[in-house]
Design a protein around this ligand. Sequence first.
Ligand SMILES: CC(C)(COP(=O)(O)OP(=O)(O)OC[C@H]1O[C@@H](n2cnc3c(N)ncnc32)[C@H](O)[C@@H]1OP(=O)(O)O)[C@@H](O)C(=O)NCCC(=O)NCCS
Length: 209
Amino acid sequence: MRLNENTKIVGKKVILVPYCAAHVEKYHEWMKSPELQELTASEPLTLQEEYEMQRSWREDEDKCTFLVLCRTTYEQTSDEIYSLVGDTNLFLRIEDDVEDVNAGCQVAEAEIMIAEPEARGKGYGWEAMLLLLKYALQNLNIKKFEAKIGTKNEKSLHMFGKMQFKEVSRSAVFEEVTLVLIVDEEWIKWLDGQVTLRCENYRSTGSHK
Ligand SMILES: CC(C)(COP(=O)(O)OP(=O)(O)OC[C@H]1O[C@@H](n2cnc3c(N)ncnc32)[C@H](O)[C@@H]1OP(=O)(O)O)[C@@H](O)C(=O)NCCC(=O)NCCS
């Protein structure tokens, strides 16, 4: 979506920036990893397809994505590409299940990937995901978040569990668990205690957005 194309979110450990053409080559290198393909249930793309994907993330109104920078590395080097460690996304939809209490409301499926192995386990995934959830609450009027996670991905299941997502279904065929978080006042208060949303103006480092 275009909503966040000029927005950068500054956290304590990470900085989130919109996914731009200048980031595609590094992203494409990450996604050659069979481990990441499996953990994120992604198919490998050609470089050209990855550029098209970046454009669709930018233009489609049902997708919101940010790339994750290590804040310390960025502040030491001012090199955005070198500082990239992962990405975090939302896919938006309107709840169409009439039985659901949130029928007709905006729902977002959340994804997070800390691609650089040495950047994992340092709190970056936690903060990046919570910053995006908070950004979505404030800007996209989300009433429910979902996450689809591989049954064997214990780290990710643990992380979303700590964020108070609850399992609602499990697919043996896709080896996937669906977790849901219904937004309420109590959770918003908890989220406010976890992260502060500081949004700044962002200008792409590359010549093409
Ligand atoms: C899963 C992932 C996003 C976690 O991000 P991270 O930056 O490595 O994790 P953090 O340091 O922020 O830790 C956040 C929480 O994740 C869980 N976690 C992280 N590492 C873990 C580990 N080795 N074992 C169990 N849980 C772990 C914990 O709940 C942790 O909170 P805690 O340390 O307070 O208990 C990241 O490891 C990753 O991207 N892995 C590869 C791709 C992937 O699996 N993406 C998710 C697809 S749905």
